[in-house]
Structures are given as structure tokens and as C-alpha cells.
Design a protein around this ligand. Sequence first.
Ligand SMILES: [Zn+2]
Length: 347
Amino acid sequence: METPVFMPVGTQGTVKGMLPEALKEIGAQIVLANTYHLFLRPGHELVRKLGGLHRFMHWDRPILTDSGGFQVFSLGDLRRIDEDGVRFQSHLDGASHVLTPESSMAVQEALGSDIVMAFDECIPYPASREYVAASTDRSTRWARRCKEALRPQTGAALFGIVQGGMFADLRARSAEDLLRIGFDGYAVGGLSVGEDASLMYEMMDFTLPLLPADRPRYVMGVGTPENLIEGVSRGVDMFDCVMPTRNARNGVLFTTFGKISIKQARYGDDPQPIDPDCGCYVCRNYSRAYLRHLYMSREILASVLNTHHNLHYYLNLMGEIRTALEQGTFAACKKEFFRKRESAVGA
Ligand SMILES: [Zn+2]
């Protein structure tokens, strides 16, 4: 795949509302699937039996799977952590399960993932230094166990995840420890968890230079279009976020001049496309008035069309960024990106 890349999120083995053919048509090179959800339902062994996740979801390009850690740790009272792993209750039926570094690797292997993420704790924000230090060191010990557990014959790449919360020295320690273990790529986790954008950028500025430039650098769960362009400026190669798909289902659409909410009454008789600068299938064929009508009528097609446009916007933006990097015009591309938003003509 070409980087920098944005990875659409397909939590349940589907990017909600998108046919795989449509995803390819708008330039998706890789999708992200979710270990926790697929482990609970329909179960990784079933997916393996049916030929692996690529075949199951009819997607023949790369798949990155998260480790399940993020969801398990988000369960709050429903989970208990110890050195071995996390015991938790399913949000579906309350059944008790355990995820460990070893079982997370086994689940991701069974799914047939191309990029496997180490099992770690995504540390909430804010958190005390004491908590962050203990959690980060445990995640490092878990990362080593992941590396030992993932069988090389699967051919999958394994990424380590830098934690350390908002403490620069703990980020540095995490990065050094992971580099010593050695991974195919490195992610920066625990960002975009409620901190200010300035603090997030500060952590990126500090952490990214510690990671080898000849390996992919992935900032997890980020972010807005502004975050993507700022992230690329700082050396990020890979991004994922539910924002374009989730916002689409809530009627929030991304454009070159910023976000719009299609619910607003002012779009009721607006014959324009969502974004006059967008060449996607939706903008070529449908008005804001029609999209507002679908949304207000709670039609399924509202989610389909809104998702198509939003993902096209994200993937097209990444394509423009790649072209600008190749041509040595990234600084101008970034300037133009912000200029259009500030002028906000279409809004
Ligand atoms: Zn469009």
C-alpha cells in the first residue's frame, strides 16, 4: 500500500454502509477490523473455518486488526486486569472471557490479519503518572509476549504500540523498550482520548522522531482532516478513525471548506452537491436537498451516500497529500487546505 494512508474502520468485518467494490473504487487500500467484536461474534474460529476474514467479508486487499485491548479496557467495571491479561464480560451477553497477549495473537491469526497489533492498554486521559508508568511497562511486557506468540509462518506484520500517556519521558521509555524488542512497524497509541489538540501534537512531535523512519509509523484512532494533514507534517504514515463513517450516519459531512450538518433546514431546497469541489459519485449525482430529505426520512440510503462521500473525502485528501509529497509541494498543499477552510465559501 502507498503511504501516508487512511484506513477505513470495519469494526464488525464491514465498513458500515459500503460495498467492498465501492471502497475499492474510492481508493481504499486497507481496512481495519476489530478483534474484540469478531472474537465475541461470530467468533474467530468460525471466521477461520469459512476461509478467513478476507474471504468472509469479500475483501482482497490488506486488513489490519486491532488487538482488542482498546475495547476490553473501555468496558470499565466489566473487566479485571492482571499481569496475565484481561478478564472481561461480553457487552453482548455478559459471558466471561479472557484476552491475553497470546490469545489476542491467536485470534488475529485466525482472522487472517495482514497487520497484527500488539495487545496493550490504551491509557485513559487524564491518568496519574504512577498509573501511566505501571500500565506502560506492563504493555511493554505484553508486547514482548506478543512477539514470541505470533507465528512467523502466518506472514503477518506485527506492530508495537508506544504508550506513556501525556508524559514525554514515559513515551521515550516505551519507544526505546519496543525498539529493543523489534517490530515491523510502530504505532503511537493513547492519543485522541480527550486531550487538547495542542497536547496531542506535542506528544506526536516528541514521539515520532524516536521511531525508525524506515518502518511505518501509525497514529491510532486519529482523526479529523486537520489531524491528518498535521500528522503527515510530523511523519505519520498510517491513520484510522471512525469519524468519516460514524459522522456520516449522523448527517455530518466533510468538505474542503469544513464540516456541514445535512440536517440543517437551510439545505432543504439547496440544489448544490455536498461539496462542489468533490468528484465522488454522491456529489456528481445528488443535491444537498435530496440528502437532507433522505436523512430526515431515516432512509438507509442516507447512511450509504453520506458514508460514500465522507470516505471519498478522506481517501482523496490522503491521495492529494501523497501526490504533493512526491512532487515536493506538501507545504503548499497544507497551506491551501487551511486557506479553503478559513474562506468557508460553500458553507
Ligand atoms: Zn462527494
